[in-house]
Design a binder for this molecule. Structure first.
Ligand SMILES: Nc1ncnc2c1ncn2[C@@H]1O[C@H](COP(=O)(O)OP(=O)(O)O)[C@@H](O)[C@H]1O
Ligand SMILES: [Mg+2]
Length: 479
């Protein structure tokens, strides 16, 4: 297992600008935390309301039943005493006593009314339970339809008054309200307790899911040392174990890939070196022989008498041959130096980079390429690291000139002191237009840089705009 990062997305900056990034995608979805909280709070409110509604419905049915029963009893009682009333000497007084009797009963109210609708003054009434301290909404919920019946009082066939009997649930509603006030806090406490416990459970689950997704996010960003902390719950322990195994497996695969890539690049470089050496060794003697033969031919042609025909033509042809031989030699040197930039062991990386900066004048005479090498940087790193830095600088400077039309380019090599090694950074900053993401995709140049840095366990940042210009950067870890 390696503790080095591993680039799981080869060009993360470009990938994110194309997809809007993970955060962007996540922010488009509703948070599970919000949803779960809403559901739990909603369910608790629903539960409390349902229990209260059942209690109220039950109380309403019971009150209605009791009131109807009391009303029927009172009705039967008045019916039974009606005969006596009509035979009485003073039916109105008799009726008044009857009303007083009935009005004393629970759940009913009786009044004696004159024919004009006014209440009989003899009707004394008695204190009844009051609903004044019961909230109107509660009384409205409990109370069913009021029952009412009128009993006319006759004297000699004429109506001299009316006994009005009505159902009256106020005393019962008052009792129910007192009971309800005792039960309501219990319902609220039970609701709040279940709400708190549900929220604790939901947040506990969310915290564990959060730990898993944070680890996955770090793994996705290439931190393969990330692990989910150990979990007590069986299901989460299995999930965490799966994610941790995946990270271990990815770490191994990444390290293997890195080694393979490193081997591939080493083989490629040694193959280029072999070709460069073969060219050098094979063509060097040929050029030497060609130049010697040309020299000889020139000498011989010079010895020809001036009058000899074709002497001038021969001299011109030999001069052209010499020019072609020189340009062929220059061209083959350039191919060899491209195949193997730092052919000699004595060339330091800084010298090779300085040569590179000067060579760019040939293709872009107006461009100024500056070089700054940090004081803590050694003359050379390993051969592969030197070559990777060289090729990165070469490709990035060329890109800045070719694609960004830059004319001021700075190559900067920064290293931490050897005893506090944190790797080395190479930046190429240009004053050109910079690439237009997301229309631009990497081609062979950038893919080659990414492969080289990744083979060394490093990272490559494609050109990005800053206030100081367009910056392209690689970071290579300590060997
Ligand atoms: N410094 C830069 N300024 C502007 N555009 C750039 C720069 N570097 C790279 N690019 C863009 O990135 C693309 C890919 O670069 P590269 O992989 O080197 O391919 P190539 O140079 O062969 O086109 C280029 O075609 C170019 O559009
Ligand atoms: Mg290029």
């Amino acid at each position: 297992m390696t503790d080095r990062g591993c680039e799981l997305t080869r060009f993360p900056a470009a990938a994110q600008s194309l997809t809007g990034g993970v955060t962007g995608a996540a922010s488009r979805h509703m948070s599970l935390k919000v949803l779960a909280t809403l559901i739990v709070v909603g369910l608790s409110l629903l539960l409390c309301s349902a229990v209260s509604a059942i209690l109220i419905l039950n109380a309403r049915l019971a009150t209605n039943e009791e009131t109807t029963e009391a009303f029927r009893l009172a009705q039967t009682y008045i019916d039974a005493r009606k005969e006596l009333l009509s035979n009485s000497a003073d039916p109105l007084n008799e009726a008044s006593e009857l009303v007083e009797d009935v009005d004393r009963a629970k759940h009913v109210a009786a009044v004696l009314l004159h024919p004009d609708g006014s209440v009989h003054p003899l009707q004394p009434g008695h204190p009844r339970a009051t609903t004044s301290r019961v909230p109107a909404w509660f009384a409205g919920l409990i109370e069913a339809d009021r029952l009412s019946v009128d009993f006319p009082i006759l004297e000699g066939g004429d109506a001299i008054g009316t006994i009005r009997l009505t159902s009256d649930a106020r005393d019962e509603i008052h009792e129910v309200w007192l009971d309800f006030r005792k039960i309501l806090p219990a319902i609220l406490v039970a609701g709040a307790t279940s709400l708190t416990m549900s929220l604790l459970l939901v947040f506990g689950i969310l915290r564990r899911i959060g730990a898993c997704s944070e680890t996955l996010r770090r793994i996705r960003r290439g931190d393969l040392s990330a692990r989910v902390p150990s979990q007590e719950l069986q299901e989460f322990a299995a999930l965490a174990g799966g994610i941790n195994d995946l990270a271990t497996h990815l770490g191994r695969e990444c390290e293997q890939n890195r080694q393979l890539l490193s081997r591939l690049i080493t083989v490629r470089e040694s193959e280029r070196q072999r070709i460069a050496s073969d060219l050098h060794d094979g063509m060097g003697p040929c050029f030497f022989a060609l130049n010697a033969a040309l020299h000889e031919a020139r000498n011989l042609s010079a010895q020809l008498p001036d009058g000899v025909a074709l002497k001038q033509d021969l001299k011109a042809a030999l001069a052209a041959l010499a020019r072609h031989a020189t340009s062929l030699q220059t061209e083959s040197r350039s191919v060899m130096s491209d195949l193997r930039p730092m052919l000699t062991k004595d060339t330091t990386l800084a010298d090779a980079l300085a040569d590179l900066s000067v060579n760019f004048l040939d293709i872009a005479p107006n461009a100024r390429v500056s070089l700054a090498v940090g004081k803590d940087c050694p003359d050379s790193f390993s051969e592969l690291v030197d070559l990777s830095i060289y090729r990165f600088a070469q490709e990035s400077v060329l890109n800045a000139i070719k694609h960004g039309a830059a004319n001021r380019i700075a190559i900067e090599l920064t290293c931490a002191p050897a005893d506090r090694c944190q790797g080395l950074t190479v930046t190429v900053t240009d004053n050109g237009s910079g690439p237009h993401y997301p229309d631009v995709s990497p081609s062979y140049g950038q893919i080659g840089i990414a492969d080289r840095t990744s083979a060394l366990g490093g990272t490559y940042k494609r050109p990005f705009r800053t206030q100081h210009g367009v910056v392209t950067e690689i970071w290579i870890p300590c060997p």
